[in-house]
Ligand binder design. Structure first.
Ligand SMILES: NC(=O)c1ccc[n+]([C@@H]2O[C@H](COP(=O)([O-])OP(=O)(O)OC[C@H]3O[C@@H](n4cnc5c(N)ncnc54)[C@H](OP(=O)(O)O)[C@@H]3O)[C@@H](O)[C@H]2O)c1
Length: 322
């Protein structure tokens, strides 16, 4: 089969398809014929630096998610030809991932999908929509009375969260650092847009004096303290993203810095369940949600697709059709 194989850090242009054996099926693992996959920033980091870390299997086929059909169900509950998505659990990091024509994945990280989306659209769903859905439903317990603030609204996860939160009936306020992206956020469903940057907290509270009842924090530790300060009493802040490039809070004093009655939680997409995937797909189907796709590439154009992902200027998911 054709696959991308990495052993050392490299530039996007050095990524190429090579011939490797189709993985051998073993108990507890399922072989998927990959139809398409989305590109994630973590795969850009893997290629540029992280591949040299000892905890990454080498050589490694990258790719933390994909959609496709069951080629060999092994001893699992799946049937041959069944439409599935697979994500996370060490995929493309501790075992070979989805930048390939076939991928062998633990059955626990493979999920049946019932959807009218085409393969390209479906490929934009697993990691991005599951992260947004899990943050909103499991961590933020979002409901239609909520005013949800999404910091980093133009990110792929942010756009998915806007679509899902609107489908759930909440009022959505999204942020961006760029005034020219406001219109796109509104087209995607945001009720209001507030600019990031100096004075954000004051600007937000002038418009929403009661604060946000829920906050999806995709910029991360860089703006987390400020997010806690614009959250209503009994509101929840969910720390899901790290777009601001700050990976932890120094000298964080929970007693003084989490306002009394405000809750702080997080979300990690590593352990999806079939029940969650079913709930997410039902919402997508019933509400006619179509993921925002930046571009679709053929597998042979993987280098160009990675180049675009590395620039991080795109709006929506970059998808590769295998
Ligand atoms: N917790 C989990 O399990 C999980 C799973 C998946 C992803 N994530 C995280 O979720 C975040 C979003 O991922 P993504 O793939 O959707 O990102 P993405 O699409 O690459 O996000 C790009 C957007 O991020 C914004 N941005 C970039 N640098 C920024 C900065 N320094 N400060 C504020 N905004 C900045 C830009 O928005 P503007 O130019 O419009 O401001 C840009 O449009 C990432 O941090 C990712 O690591 C977490």
């Amino acid at each position: 089969m054709k696959a991308v194989v990495l052993t050392t850090p490299c530039g996007a242009g050095e990524m190429m398809l090579t011939d490797v054996p189709v993985p051998e099926v073993r108990p507890g693992w399922v072989l998927i014929r990959v139809k398409a996959f989305g590109i994630n920033h973590s795969e850009v980091l893997l290629r540029r630096f992280e591949v040299s870390q000892p905890y990454i299997k080498k050589p490694i086929i990258p790719g933390i998610e994909c959609v496709g059909e069951i080629a060999d169900a092994s001893d699992s509950r799946f049937g041959t030809g069944e439409r599935v998505m697979a994500l996370m659990g060490g995929m493309g990091r501790s075992f070979n991932g989805s930048y390939a024509e076939y991928v062998l994945v633990p059955a626990s990280h493979v999920f049946a999908v019932d959807s009218t989306l085409d393969w390209g659209e479906l490929a934009a769903i697993p990691e991005t929509f599951y992260t947004a859905y899990g943050s909103l439903v499991q961590s933020l317990q979002l409901d239609r009375r909520d005013t949800l603030l999404i910091r980093g609204g133009t990110s792929t996860v942010g756009l998915a969260a806007i679509q899902l939160a609107k489908a759930m009936g909440a009022r959505v306020v999204a942020t961006t650092r760029s005034g020219r992206k406001g219109e796109m956020l509104r087209r995607c469903g945001a009720d209001d847009v507030v600019l990031e940057g100096e004075g954000f907290g004051r600007r937000f509270l002038e418009k929403y004096p009661a604060g946000a009842s829920k906050v999806l924090e995709l910029i991360g530790a860089a703006t987390l303290r400020e997010s806690l300060g614009v959250t209503a009493v009994h509101g929840i802040v969910c720390h899901t993203g790290l777009l601001g490039g700050v990976y932890g809070l120094k000298n964080f004093d929970p007693i003084k810095e989490i306002p009394s009655g405000v809750y702080l939680t997080g979300f990690y997409s590593n352990t999806p369940t079939q029940k969650q995937i079913d709930g997410m797909m039902r919402l997508i189907e019933e509400e006619g949600i179509r993921p925002v796709i930046a571009r679709r590439y053929g597998f042979g154009d993987i280098a160009v697709a990675h180049e675009l992902a590395e620039q991080r200027g795109q709006t929506g998911k970059i998808v590769v059709m295998v």
